[in-house]
Design a protein around this ligand. Structure first.
Ligand SMILES: [Cu+2]
Length: 424
């Protein structure tokens, strides 16, 4: 089922004098409907009913330009209360639409609806949305594409085409029943049965060949992959056979381009990655497999999709396979993470406070943070901070930051919406 974009309204955001030119910065408003509903899915030889948005897995991609505002009406046709979080959206002064259940709002009860106001500010690139109620995010998530503001462009050559790539976990069982049981018995949550790329496990899993996700490419074009790691508990290595990758953004912020054969992406992270289809016409696997550095057991399997060139040629019986680091290759993970540097140029400056007068140590789950400098002036309200490895969040690696209003309207929370979901 598709998504309904009801249209947009243009508004004037402000004026900017630049080299004597008067530029109008226009911001659009977008409207989307998210219907939370149960739907049947068959993967890895087994069928289950699960909660979705608009019946799809992954859920719909929503798209806007930098600085736009999105109103998303969530209509809960499921059987239990749920909230939605807009992962990575800073939501200046607007905690009301942040979403963590029982932190900034009560759940949207079954049979009711709530409209989120998602205010984009400095974000540009790829983010994602997901349910923020227990482990519902396993099946309720999707990408947020934030294009450059009108009249501006990417800090790299405009790609020929773009494609979102959502990595996720797949559980054959009912995820909510599993986590409820795990909490009640104090046992480790059941591990996932595997991973998916754009909703499909790929050729290496049972009963999955026919549905493997395929990305069709033309020869010698540059493609932008907007990669979301929606996996519940495992970091992932990702690569495409015989193709090098150029990482240009992370978590909706541009970075100094990284040329690499693989990325390491953690649960919750997003990365914008370019690749050029410059190989002989053939089929190539893209693959995601876990990086794991603890003693707990984990699903050690690989999700695949196929990059297939257009044209007349005989496809190999088996596509080329990428060489990814081993699941325990700490050096490979560290090497990739260490290569991430902000773009930090004239057009995309960053301001990191260089004079530090107060050092604050936060023990997650144990402490309260008092914010005393101006860096949190626009974060007024209640904000949930937690580990994005879902198992850890369940075990209490969470804390809440309460940021009080400043002394001016611009440093105070936006007014409370007239309707917030009631708590009983
Ligand atoms: Cu998140």
């Amino acid at each position: 089922m598709g998504i309904k974009n009801k249209g947009f309204i243009s508004g004037l955001l402000g004026f900017l004098f630049l080299d004597g030119l008067l530029l109008c910065l226009a911001a659009d408003i977008h409207y989307y409907d998210f219907v939370l509903q149960e739907a049947n899915f068959t993967k890895m030889c087994s069928t289950k009913s699960m909660l979705t948005v608009n019946g799809s897995f992954p859920g719909p991609t929503i798209q806007a330009r930098k600085g736009d505002t999105m109103f998303i009406k969530v209509i809960n046709q499921g059987t239990y209360g749920v909230t939605i979080h807009w992962h990575g959206v800073k939501q200046p002064r607007n905690p009301w639409s942040d979403g963590p259940e029982n932190i900034t709002q009560c759940p949207i009860a079954a049979g009711t609806s709530f409209t989120y106001e998602v205010i984009l500010s400095t974000e540009e690139g790829t983010l994602w949305w997901h349910a923020h109620s227990d482990w519902t995010r396993a099946t309720v998530h999707g990408a947020i594409v934030i294009l450059p503001a009108a009249g501006t462009t990417y800090p790299f050559l405009t790609p020929y085409k773009e494609q979102t790539i959502v990595l996720a976990s797949w559980f054959k069982g009912d995820v909510m029943a599993m986590i409820t049981n795990s909490i009640a018995t104090g046992t480790n949550p059941t591990q996932a049965d595997g991973y998916t790329i754009n909703g499909e496990p790929g050729d290496l899993y049972d009963c999955s060949n026919e549905t493997t996700y395929r990305l069709s490419v033309e020869y010698n074009k540059t493609y932008l992959l907007r990669i979301v790691n929606a996996v519940m508990n495992e970091e992932q290595f990702f690569g495409i056979a015989n193709h090098s990758l150029t990482v240009v953004a992370q978590d909706a912020a541009y970075i100094k381009p990284i040329n690499t054969t693989y990325i390491m992406i953690t649960p919750g992270q997003t990365m914008d990655v370019l690749f050029t289809s410059n190989q002989a016409l053939s089929h190539f696997y893209m693959a995601a497999s876990p990086y794991h550095d603890s003693v707990l057991t984990f699903p050690n399997s690989t999700a695949t999709a196929i990059v297939q060139y257009e044209g007349n040629y005989t496809a190999p019986s088996s596509p080329f396979f990428p060489t990814l680091p081993a699941y325990n290759d700490i050096d490979a993970a560290q090497k990739f993470t260490n290569s991430v540097k902000s773009l930090a140029n004239e057009e995309y400056p960053i301001s990191v406070p260089e004079r530090i007068n107060t050092r604050i140590y936060i023990a997650v789950s144990l402490n309260a943070l008092r914010c005393s400098n101006s860096s949190c002036d626009t974060a007024d309200g209640v904000w949930f901070m937690h580990c994005h490895i879902e198992r850890h969040a369940t075990w209490g690696m969470d804390t809440v930051l309460i940021v009080k209003n400043g002394t001016t309207p611009n440093t105070s929370m936006l007014p409370r919406p007239t309707y917030m979901p009631p708590c009983s």
